[in-house]
Design a binder for this molecule. Sequence first.
Ligand code: PBG
Length: 344
Amino acid sequence: MNKPSRAKPEAIRSVDEITAGRRLRRMRKADWARRLVQENHLRVDDLIWPIFLVEGEGRQEPVSAMPGVFRYSVDLAVRQAERAARLGIPAIATFPNIDMNRRDARGSAILDPDNLINRATRAIKAAVPEIGVITDVALDPFTDHGHDGILRDGIIVNDETVAQIAEAAVLQAAAGSDVIAPSDMMDGRIGAIRDALDGNGFQDVAIMSYATKFASAFYGPYREAIGTGGLLKGDKKTYYIDPANTDEALRETAQDLAEGADMVMVKPGLPYLDIVRRLKDAFAVPTFAYQVSGEYAMIKAAAANGWIDGEQAMLESLLAFKRAGCDGVLTYFAPEVAALLTGR
Ligand code: PBG
């Protein structure tokens, strides 16, 4: 601590004993100053909007644990994609609620070129070609047991699942998907998907790896949204990462990048910002986080009870992702926050 050497009147010296002249509050004193020194910014360009799909026409069904979130039939999903594009949201990520009678033990309907995801992709790309469409190849919306892979004798079989999702990725690319985002955590899936895409002429379709997906309790409302909540037997601990682990998350990410991932994602978001920071520091690649359904539900529920300011908590939580090193965030708040940021 360097004490100023200049002699000072008694009154000032006594103040300096407290602060030593160092006052960070100088740059916090007014809005203009705070804006000048703000290090991180949340922009509409940072947002990816996950939307839920359902069969039918003119259907918009609320998801009860996610106020403001709906499942849309394809025609209305197109309207929502148009709205997202108007708001400047760069990309949407689609998740289907598949009819129960189309679900089976192997999730075979993922290999239907005209399944709900692929029809939605085609319709959205036809109406709003400028918006990025990100699709998932995990089997959970399609299996009658709610797991992300093929289940045999109580085991999620890795390699057979990988072969199936690689095939599904090609169908999704053929439907017009811009980014394949596998959320299943099978080993070797990124390399298999890359090879399958390249082998079928889809070299320009990117892969966003759910590189570090944790076996989390925060996915509850999502499972209601796509109708897997009641189906799931057991848990996903044999394929998702243990929430206690961080070195393992680094190894997963290194592997996915080596296999050809263009972007990596951390999921859930806010409780895992340490993982985001470690990945960004270690790999310096496009890094995203998924602010999952349970995180959305917590903010909405507390706000609905008048316990927190929902709008401020939403903005603060999203800015925290930027500070941690995210290039962007998958968030159900996307249209709400985009409307706020753009004044629309
Ligand atoms: C499964 C999948 C999950 C989410 C998206 N795809 C997790 C799960 O159900 O185990 C969670 C998304 C969210 O909670 O918002 N492949």
